[in-house]
Design a protein around this ligand. Structure first.
Ligand code: NDP
Length: 297
């Protein structure tokens, strides 16, 4: 049976280490600050924003929450972003997606100053990072990489398959693994013989949004499986439950190690948001990035 990669425990340790780094910054008169903007009243987004704010404060950082009504127009949102771009106490800015229909998400994300882009979605950061520079790395792929490196150490030469090619997960994940000298395949809905592609992979990262799609027989014996998917399906007694993109029970029989859902990549994503805020505060104060953080200084 596969070893379970406990993302929840790892994220807890990561938050402790981040808190220690933040303590060191306090001694230099710096408090990293993260501003989160929520437009509208989407219940899931409200929960995410609340959790982000709570964990930001627990790590010793400032959390600035901006809750705007659903009917907010784009100009007002852009002017808030401009204000935050110019505010020295704010090192990271995150706009919670999805945004209401009257607002164009790309215009809004592009208005965030690249150095304060905590999510790593700004085209400037995407470009810098994918050309091997110092761009902010999106939180979810960064969390996946940290878990992989913690478990496997050097990833060099491994055959990696990323299932999914979104800008948020699949593409940046492929780039990160390439930077780690893996041989990377990015698969998607038009990939031919997907099962065979998966079976060749030493590292399989699934980010498709299809409940339990990746089966036991798709896994190379001993492979490391990272399940990014978060899917809510019907469970017993009329309740719902969360499952990943991988059939956890089946895949665990073949894999060497596997992340569970929940308790795998989800907690790592928020911890990496704190990490990105810490990195932004260090960079904005011309301070070095500690060795243990797997991004360029
Ligand atoms: P997207 O819907 O943006 O992308 C899904 C990708 O999967 C696409 O590239 C699509 O291919 C591919 N795909 C869909 N169906 C198939 C199929 N049958 N066979 C092969 N490829 C397929 O999703 P995201 O990347 O945003 O998210 C993926 C999953 O990860 C979701 O479950 C989401 O909830 C979860 N997630 C979890 C996070 C966390 O913190 N743990 C954070 C972000 C996302 P194509 O491009 O050809 O359409």
């Amino acid at each position: 049976m596969a070893q379970i990669l406990d993302g929840k425990a790892f994220a807890g340790k990561l938050r402790e280490t981040i808190t220690q780094e933040v303590d060191k910054l306090h001694k230099q008169g710096i408090t990293p600050g993260l501003a989160v903007i929520l437009v509208g009243e989407d219940p899931a987004s409200e929960v995410y924003v609340r959790n982000k704010g709570k964990q930001t404060k627990e790590a010793g950082m400032n959390s600035f929450e901006h809750k705007l009504p659903a009917e907010t127009n784009q100009e007002d949102l852009l002017s808030l972003i401009q204000q935050l771009n110019e505010d020295d106490s704010v090192h990271g800015i995150l706009v919670q997606l999805p945004l209401p229909k009257q607002i164009d998400a790309d215009t809004v994300l592009n208005a965030i100053a690249p150095e304060k882009d905590a999510d790593g979605f700004h085209p400037m950061n995407v470009g810098r990072f994918s050309t091997g520079g110092t761009g902010t790395v999106p939180c979810t792929p960064l969390g996946c990489l940290m878990l992989l490196k913690d478990h496997l150490g050097d990833l060099s030469g491994s055959r990696a398959l990323v299932l999914g090619r979104s800008n948020i997960v699949g593409k940046p994940m492929g780039n990160l693994l390439l930077n780690e000298n893996c041989t990377v395949t990015i698969a998607h809905s038009r990939t031919k013989d997907l099962e065979e592609e998966c079976r060749r992979a030493d590292i399989l990262v699934a980010a498709v949004g299809r409940p339990e799609m990746v089966k036991e027989s798709w896994i190379k014996p001993g492979a490391t499986v990272i399940d990014v998917g978060i899917n809510r399906i019907d469970g017993e007694n009329g309740k719902t439950r969360l499952v990943g993109d991988v059939d956890f029970a089946g895949a665990s029989k073949n894999a060497g190690a596997i992340t569970p859902v929940p308790g795998g990549i989800g907690p790592m994503t928020i911890a990496c948001l704190l990490l990105n805020t810490l990195i932004a505060a260090l960079r904005q104060n011309d301070l070095p990035i500690p060795e243990w953080i797997p991004v360029k200084g």
